[in-house]
Design a protein around this ligand. Sequence first.
Ligand code: GCU
Length: 389
Amino acid sequence: MFIRALLIVLVAVSARCAEGLALPEVLKTADSKVIKSPEQWRQDRRPQILELFKEHVYGRAPVGRPDDLRFEVTETRSDFMGGRATRKLVDISFSGPGGEGRIGLIRFIPNKAPKPVPAFLLICHRGRDNIDPSRQVKEPFWPAEEIVSRGYAALTFHVSDVDPDNYDEFKDGVHGIFDPPGAERSGDAWGSIAAWAWGASRVMDYIETDADIDDERVAVIGHSRGGKTALWCGARDERFAFVISNDSGCTGAALARRKQGERVADINKNFPHWFCENYNEFNGKEENLPVDQHMLIALMAPRLVYVASATEDTWADPKGEFLACVEASPVYELYGMKGLGVKTMPEPDTPVQIGHIGYHIRSGSHNLTLFDWRCYMDFADKHWGKSNE
Ligand code: GCU
């Protein structure tokens, strides 16, 4: 308790102002040491920030890669998408003290593209028809045909395989499987967002065994609650070379201290299972948070990260998402790279893709559209070289 209070005070001391907001300094340690090199960032500051997010926001996963993690390819068929793609269905299974779990992975790969191919892994929280493995239903939410035609592997799993998206006192999903039986839940125990991020990391464990996918060029992408998950996943798991947040908003890419759109108190009240119990201490008190979301984006450095907003999605605070990218940029600059590269919000539908942080604000509502996907693939093409089917 004392340490938590102390950290909060130290943050207040080391705040700096961005557009009138007193944000915690991303490049200053809790004991006010200014970070001047990538080595210092990695040694002194990055672990500190990661720890603060675990302790106060997303919670701590009690397990990493389970000892008995297994991958079973249940089907391989090369005649999808008019013969252009191979579908593999993979069961990723594991067990813990509370039972067994299984994540069903759907994976399409372009047949003709030179292997190994780069990949996009979508964390899906919407209805399963959005990720129809048979491809009878084709939703822009996961445009597998378009992804494959651009030379990328299209992978996805559904979050409910990892942890159902409902509040049941953390009995179901991986919470029930891995939380120590009978023990009282601690204030920093993992919520559902952390659980889903853990699931995406298990998919990465599989990807590392798949010779047709280049595990050094894998993007993790999510929309909304899935976008919050992609960011937390990318922050913890540096195997993901590219992290994409689509309309992630509160406790995703948007700065909490702006107090625009959804607030910390709203999200904790409406979704009590998403974050750790400690996060409730900041309901109505965003300025006491020892972190803000620019620091989460900064944890991706020096890897690629892309944040997208939508003009009508005021609940997710587009401006707050943009400013978080601006404020994360100094960490990329430490590496001698451009972060976002601009400080003024772009016009709708004009992507900013000049540095290692990408950003766009699309016209329209809260959604993951073909326009968004095309921007992400353009950014990947730019940094990874154009893929060909
Ligand atoms: C709600 C919630 C958001 C979330 C969104 C979604 O609107 O308040 O924080 O991003 O659901 O996941 O669709």
